[in-house]
Write a protein that binds this ligand. Structure first.
Ligand SMILES: [Zn+2]
Length: 324
């Protein structure tokens, strides 16, 4: 679907996948994520109230976008700690494809927020910090980045992160919603990340300058934003929430709508799966590290130690006698 590539735009919708793309004429790189059964499974299993599910769906879409655009092997984790109604979010994306997520919220504060019409994702998240951790595994060093969340939601926090930490001009769009089918309502999530990555670092840095960043004494009008980035960003900004989650609109078709004038190259889709990394063996090993007294305190009425995974809600039972 680019100049020289006469392949027609595919209308095949691929759910639970990341679609990397490039608009070479504008020095853009990006990824589009569409989550269907995977995010529906994660959100439904937890039984979160819709406003909480919506926020966690956004966090999951953002995590997949960041995890896959980093092209890193290993584990990518997004963690939010805030003063909001939802005061903790953890999303893990383990390369190449495993996604899991959970959120912690205060039910009373949520009811009050909903009654007061203040239960948007940004309002529920509140203010605090968003942390990104990349763990490449093995002997490689973990990398952690932290950015402030200031009540404006995850998209704004992601923009701030790329501006401050990476100095890469970046636009992120996230959308979550429920689609009603014969089988009932199903959650869907979508996200788009577009980054300006010209070969020249100076061009990139120039485009990333916020108005307040101009060196002292520099008249603001001397800092011209890069035309390619202005164009690339404004096309991405036109994407509508319903387009990001529409199950009948293929990812290729959506990218073509946004960038056909410049020619967009779409690469092979990468799968995303709703799969936890917990295992009976790892939980047994964790229990083994407690003292016999601590384990004794965990024994339930049925004489067993029950452990429920906070990510996937799977409950496992262990016989305390097995630990000696
Ligand atoms: Zn689990």
């Amino acid at each position: 679907m680019t100049g020289g590539d006469s392949r027609p735009v595919s209308d095949q919708t691929i759910d639970d996948a990341v679609l990397p793309f490039a608009v070479e004429a504008l020095d853009l790189r990006g990824c589009l994520v569409r989550l269907g059964p995977s995010i529906d499974g994660i959100l439904s299993r937890h039984g979160y109230p819709p406003p909480v599910a919506r926020l966690l769906g956004e966090a999951a879409a953002l995590t997949v976008l960041l995890g896959s655009s980093l092209k890193q092997q290993g584990r990518f984790q997004l963690q939010a700690r805030t003063d909001g109604v939802v005061d903790m979010i953890v999303v893990d994306f383990d390369s190449p494809d495993r996604l899991r997520a959970f959120a912690r919220f205060d039910a009373e504060r949520l009811a009050a927020a909903e009654a007061g019409g203040a239960a948007s994702s940004a309002q529920l998240l509140g203010a605090g910090h968003l942390g990104f951790t990349i763990d490449p595994g093995g002997a490689m060093q973990r990398y952690q980045g932290v950015v402030a969340v200031s009540g404006e939601g995850l998209e704004a926090a992601a923009h701030e992160y790329f501006h401050r930490s990476e100095q890469i001009p970046t636009l992120v769009r996230l959308a979550v919603g429920q689609i009603v089918t014969a089988g009932g309502p199903h959650w869907r999530a979508g996200g788009l990340i577009v980054q300006f990555l010209p070969e020249s670092y100076e061009r990139r840095r120039q485009a990333d300058l916020h108005p307040g960043d101009a060196p002292e004494g520099t008249p603001a009008h001397d800092i011209a934003e890069d035309e390619a980035w202005i164009e690339g960003r404004s096309h991405a900004a036109t994407v509508e929430d319903h387009e990001l989650i529409d199950p009948s609109l293929s990812g290729e078709r959506l990218l073509y709508r946004l960038y056909h004038e410049r020619g967009v190259r779409v690469f092979a889709a990468e799968e995303v799966r709703d799969q936890c990394r917990c295992s009976t063996d790892s939980i047994r090993a964790m229990l083994q590290r407690f003292t016999p007294q601590e384990r004794a305190d965990m024994i339930g009425d049925d004489g067993m130690i029950g452990v429920t995974c906070e990510f996937c809600s799977q409950k496992r039972e262990f016989d305390p006698k097995a630990f000696g």
